[in-house]
Design a protein around this ligand. Sequence first.
Ligand SMILES: *[C@@H]1O[C@H](CO)[C@@H](O)[C@H](O)[C@H]1NC(C)=O
Ligand SMILES: *[C@@H]1O[C@H](CO)[C@@H](O)[C@H](O)[C@H]1NC(C)=O
Ligand SMILES: *[C@@H]1O[C@H](CO)[C@@H](O)[C@H](O)[C@H]1NC(C)=O
Length: 475
Amino acid sequence: MSSMPEKRVFSSRLLSCLIAISMFFLILSCSLIFRIGDRSLVPRSIYKLIVVDSGSIEPKSHPSIPLNSCKEACSESMAVKPVASCDPNQALLKVFMYDLPPDFHFGLLGWRGAPNQIWPNVGNFSEIPKYPGGLNLQHSTEYWLTLDLLSSVTPNVPRSCTAVLVHNSSRADIFFVPFFSSLSYNRHSKVQGMEKNSTSDILQERLVEYLKGRDEWKRFGGKDHLIMAHHPNSMLMARWKLGSAMLVLADFGRYSDEIANIEKDVVAPYKHVVRTIDANKSPPFEERPTLVYFQGAIYRKDGGTIRQELYYLMKDEKDVHFTFGSATVGGIRKASTGMAASKFCLNIAGDTPSSNRLFDAIVSHCVPVIISDEIELPYEDVLDYSKFSIFVLASDACKEGYLLNLLRGIEREKWTEMWEKLKEVAPHFEYQYPSRPGDAVDMIWQAVSRKVSPLHLKAHRKNRYHMSQEFLKAH
Ligand SMILES: *[C@@H]1O[C@H](CO)[C@@H](O)[C@H](O)[C@H]1NC(C)=O
Ligand SMILES: *[C@@H]1O[C@H](CO)[C@@H](O)[C@H](O)[C@H]1NC(C)=O
Ligand SMILES: *[C@@H]1O[C@H](CO)[C@@H](O)[C@H](O)[C@H]1NC(C)=O
């Protein structure tokens, strides 16, 4: 008799246990579906309630990638913790951007928005106007910086929050002038038909007039304004009038000292034209049969004569690739292969001290040999180029046997040290959208922020006795 209730108790215990277990699995599978499945099926407010631990929303661009496969496949793109949009108070640099008409920026790329629309919608990748390819891309820093600022106030674009757009100019650290001056020079500096002035000149004149009329410009005489002039011939008309601003440049080769100098300006990398080598697949010492690689135009003026001299010194060596040729599409492809198969890549001054060749070498993990005494290098205050490049004075390079002896004397171990460092720094020279921590866009913003503090220091010191002087004047 006594066994009956025991049995009933046992079976009801079993039943509730089964129910509990199945409830557990039901909840587990629900939460897995919500986590892995396409979020667009779940209203965001509900999704946020369910997934309490993540507190952030993954970008729209990969809506339904299962979490595990993502860890490997897209760990890079997910490394940036995506956010709804950046909090200006957390940003290193608060940027005010002038709403210049599209003629000055995306309009130059043929973009036409709706009436009164000044900026493209950067939240939808397929609506972003493309920058022209080929050699134009070298100077495209203007495009990447502008896109990055726009994305700082666009939800669901994952990026680092180094620079953030602010709409209230009194909160800004720096005033950004979104003029695509390099593209304007490359595409519109020829005078058309009956016109007297080129589009590029007219835009520059309009820009000068616009900025000089702004209170923001007058406040510090433009010193806290950021103007992009990466192509050495861009802003040719306006640089004299706007030279007090902080300029984003390739080098100082075609500028006078007072207009461009290392004190106030920021050197930005060229966008490389060869393809980036994957750090895990980079050919090591033994798999780079060519000792020295150089391909470029020949120059007979300015500093460029050194290319010719080096050519005659090196042309007969069998492990040296030294040819003159322009960068056609076929040429770029050949350079990609050539640099990846070389231990050292020459970067010789041409008609300007810098060129995209240095950055092509870096992303090919080919140790750059820099023969350009006047060169300026991006973010050199935080990056020691001597750890991954070799600098040779032009006067030394032209001595018979000097360069080849030097390079042949660098053994596998030393070379590999530099190669490892190259693989580490190469991402700092990558322009991309959306930007990522430590890439070229991010590094440029950091460089700008390092220039901003001394600027403000100077301005504040100037203000020290301002109040007492005003007070005395008033009484
Ligand atoms: C993005 O833009 C493309 C092209 O304009 C359009 O077809 C598409 O519907 C847009 N997507 C979203 C999510 O708005
Ligand atoms: C802009 O910011 C300043 C200083 O933070 C503040 O005093 C002012 O009210 C703001 N203006 C607007 C329109 O929000
Ligand atoms: C056009 O060019 C002339 C001569 O170079 C110059 O004086 C004038 O200011 C220019 N006008 C504009 C609108 O750029």
